[in-house]
Design a protein around this ligand. Sequence first.
Ligand code: 8IG
Length: 284
Amino acid sequence: MTDSAPDPYLLARDAAAAIAEASGTASHDLALVLGSGWAGAADLLGETVWQADATTIPGFRPPSVAGHVGTLRSVRVEGSGARALVLGARTHFYEGAGVDAVVHGVRTAAAAGARTLVLTNGCGGIDPSWAPGTPVLISDQINFTGATPLVGANFVDLTDLYTPALRDIAREIDPGLDEGVYMQFQGPTYETPAEVRMARTMGATLVGMSTALEAIAAREAGLDVLGISLVTNLAAGISAQALSHQEVLEAGRDAGPRISDLLARTVRRITGGDAAAPLTEPTR
Ligand code: 8IG
């Protein structure tokens, strides 16, 4: 790091302090990043006690993608009373702002007191049985970006990067949830069919442009991580159809209410509240 570059950890502490002051909430228990298709979850979690445009908080950049909403919220989780920090948009690696910008929200969540991070995304599915609109638990990841948020001899163990106990809780809410290995590509193109075959050969079943770098930063900060992907499209070459961002948004909209319910119940259970009645409709 040069002398003029801001320390990203300090910037995250500034952001957390600004959130604490603006929200009137000294500390948050858990944080969520809502990706494509997951925006509706914030409303189901509980009462929003504070919300603001993320760009009013130090270090947050405006979202660059249609369908992503750059709102930060503090939510009192119904049932448990836990405080959740909801990050309604993320900075993607393909925006070129650097990996510190990508993980700023995660570092801010850690500085705000969160012990648990829930990462959600919309992604491509390699398993042909996952129809668009299927939620899949992330069991492990392949960081294929060539980048990392960590600098120096910082040998963080990623054996259980996605906390097994949190995945168990999600499956208590929805026993039909499948698990997959998420591979983060740099983007912004979707993969070629050959790249999807490569990903499959390497052991991936989900392909996307987010999450893996954030999970690494979260684990560095000592957070427990839960990852849930919404398969919004079959990965390139898995189906005969070409990919379109429009279809991705539509799959997200259609699946939105169901996956929001799944997420809200899971967060209630994670934070010690009752998850209420079981899902009336299985997610697949
Ligand atoms: I939504 O098929 C969504 N994001 N890399 N590939 C990659 N990212 C995605 C995809 C996909 N679908």
